[in-house]
Each structure stands twice: as structure tokens, then as C-alpha cells.
Design a protein around this ligand. Structure first.
Ligand SMILES: [Zn+2]
Length: 355
């Protein structure tokens, strides 16, 4: 294969030249922003076309770099403390629905990225990874699992499930991005949990396979699950819109102050009913009610009502519950937090009586 590069142009499409003063000097960018930014810029452009370079574009690339470093790698690493994959990893079938969903997304992305490397289509890698990190991981998955990661007991299945997903995503992404963000990825590699037969450097490791991202024997795709999530995400969009309106009208502040009632007909209702326990977490509200609505000649009726959540706010997890105040020892906590705090207190007193 012969790859022919195009010209390097500025944002107005003019050829770069020193005399015009519109040139972007990679050495200068490397000195000021770091060599990783230059590599990421080179990856971000389709080098077979004319390539655009400018100070403004470099700032955007630097921002994308920071997103990958902070919203992906730093977030993953900061939530894996005390997580030993050999002991704590949760098998795929025991993960929560949203964990399974994001891992299948991560595997689909991995498969695409590997294909794009083979085609020298590095700009596709850049854009798809960026989208995954900012939209699917940070604004969706992380937003939902924060509750489990920060408020569940350290060793609870729910928290271990979220950690498993983050660990697998981190392991996959660090390998996939190593050719582009070489220094960053090698550094991240050192901090990810060590497992048997793991290479000492990310540059000696292979690209991930489906079993690395999903687990041994798990089918790479699940059409039924994908259809379910397409519907759930469509409902979630509507819910987020309704919450935004309620916020604008000062009906609620943060979304956990809300309860949501979704009235839906086929094809949404059966899916919502099936995923009911997951919905309050997927919508990040305190309570969700689902009701079957009238079918309008098969066109899928959907309505969302927002009201103030019932009960009081739990001081610890900020969810609202009608059961806050029931417990004499912990009158400001909810029924989810009380057993966790009680366990922490018991562990602490056991530890102090030992010493
Ligand atoms: Zn709570």
C-alpha cells in the first residue's frame, strides 16, 4: 500500500509558510504542549487529504488529550484502589445491565479501532475514541455508576461490578491507544492492577480480544440487549429533557430531588418493566414509576412527568427516600446507606479492639 500525504494547510485552507506566519511548528507545539499532543494531532487528521493545522486546532487536540487522560484513564485508576482482578472481578453474567452495555460498546469500539489501524485510518480512531470517552463513558456510564462506586460498601457486588467494567475498559483502551499516546499509556499501564503473565510494558502487550473486554466465552454482541438499550436510551433522553425543564422552572435542583413517572405503550413499556430496578439509576433520580399508556396505532406513546421526590434526602448518598428518619442510630440516612455505615462502624470497632 502506498500512502500519499496531502499538503498542510491553515484553517482558511492556505498553504502554511513561514513568511505568511501561519505555520504550525510541531517542535514548538511539542515544547509547549507536549509531544503526545503532536502525535494525537497527526492521528486526528486524514493525512491522505490536505491536513489542517492551526493554534486553535492544537488547543482542541490538547483538550481531547486531557479528556482521554482525565475522563478515561485517571477516572479508571482512581476507582480501582483495592481492586484485585483475580479476587474481585465479577463475571459478565453477574454484572448489572448497564455494565454489560458499556462493555459491549467498549468491545465494539475496540474491534473498530483494530480494523482502522490496519487501514491507516487513524483519524477515525481519534474521533471514535473521543466520542466514547466524552459521551458514552463520562456523560453516561460514569454518571450512573458514581452512586455504586462512592456509596456502596467497598466489597459489595454492585461496586465490584462497576470496578470490573472500568478495569476492563482501562485495560482495553490503554493497549489500543499505546501507538498514539505512547508515554501516557505506558505510565497508565504501570498503575493498572497487575495480573499473571502481564507484559512489563504496554508496548509489549497485544491489542485486546473480545475475551479480554467481556470475559471468556461471552458472545461479542447481543442483538436483544442492544435493542433494549436503544429503547432505554430513547426514554432516558426524554427523561433528561423533562428534568431540564423542571430545573428551569425551579421545581427541582439536582436530578436526585426528582421522582419520574413514565407512561409508555409498546414497544417501550415491556422494556421499561423489565429494567425497572435499573431505571432510577439510569435516570439518576430518586424514584421511578412506570405505567402502561394507550397505544396509538403502534407508534410507541411515551410521556414523562417530573415531581419532587418523596421522602427526605439522605445525607450520605443524596438520594431521596421515604425511609430516611426510620433508624434511631442513623436518622439522616436512607435504607441503602444504613447497612453500609453499620458495617463500616463494625469493621472499625473490630480493628480497634484487635490493636
Ligand atoms: Zn443513602
Amino acid at each position: 500500500m502506498v500512502a500519499t500525504p496531502g499538503w498542510t494547510l491553515d484553517e482558511q485552507g492556505r498553504a502554511m509558510s513561514k513568511s505568511r506566519g501561519n505555520d504550525v511548528d510541531p517542535v514548538d507545539i511539542a515544547n509547549r504542549m507536549g509531544a503526545e499532543i503532536v502525535r494525537l494531532w497527526v492521528a486526528s487528521v486524514d493525512f491522505r487529504e490536505d491536513v489542517v493545522g492551526s493554534e486553535k486546532l492544537m488547543q482542541r487536540i490538547a483538550e481531547a488529550y486531557r479528556d482521554i487522560r482525565n475522563k478515561l484513564f485517571r477516572y479508571v485508576l482512581s476507582n480501582l484502589e483495592g481492586f484485585d482482578p483475580g479476587r474481585d472481578a465479577v463475571p459478565f453474567e453477574k454484572l448489572q445491565a448497564v455494565d454489560q452495555y458499556i462493555l459491549r460498546k467498549a468491545w465494539a469500539l475496540s474491534a473498530d479501532v483494530i480494523q482502522w489501524y490496519e487501514e491507516f485510518a487513524f483519524h477515525k480512531i481519534y474521533h471514535a475514541v473521543n466520542h466514547f470517552v466524552v459521551v458514552e463513558l463520562s456523560a453516561f456510564y460514569v454518571d450512573i455508576v458514581k452512586d455504586r462506586l462512592y456509596t456502596f460498601a467497598a466489597d459489595s457486588p454492585g461496586r465490584r461490578a462497576a470496578q470490573t467494567a472500568l478495569w476492563r475498559i482501562g485495560e482495553a483502551m490503554v493497549r489500543l491507544l499505546a501507538p498514539i499516546m505512547s508515554f501516557t499509556c505506558d505510565e497508565v499501564w504501570q498503575y493498572l492492577p497487575k495480573t499473571d503473565s502481564r507484559a512489563t510494558s504496554v508496548h509489549l502487550a497485544n491489542f485486546p480480544e473480545a475475551r479480554d473486554v467481556l470475559g471468556e466465552g461471552v458472545p461479542a454482541a447481543d442483538a436483544g440487549q442492544q435493542e433494549d438499550w436503544a429503547k432505554l436510551l430513547a426514554v432516558r433522553d426524554q427523561v433528561l429533557k423533562a428534568l431540564e425543564e423542571a430545573r428551569n422552572q425551579k421545581q427541582i435542583g439536582k436530578s436526585l430531588e426528582a421522582q419520574v413517572k413514565v407512561t409508555a405503550s409498546d414497544p417501550f413499556y415491556p422494556v421499561l418493566e423489565r429494567y425497572k430496578p435499573d431505571l432510577r439509576y439510569a435516570f439518576i433520580v430518586s424514584q421511578v414509576d412506570v405505567e402502561r399508556g394507550p397505544s396509538r396505532n403502534g407508534s410507541g406513546h411515551l410521556a414523562v412527568e417530573v415531581a419532587k421526590a418523596a421522602g427526605k434526602e439522605c445525607e450520605r448518598c443524596w438520594n431521596y427516600s421515604t425511609r430516611v428518619g426510620e433508624d434511631q442510630d442513623y436518622p439522616t440516612l436512607c435504607e441503602r446507606c444504613i447497612p453500609v455505615v453499620r458495617q463500616i462502624a463494625a469493621d472499625e470497632s473490630a480493628a480497634s479492639s484487635k490493636s
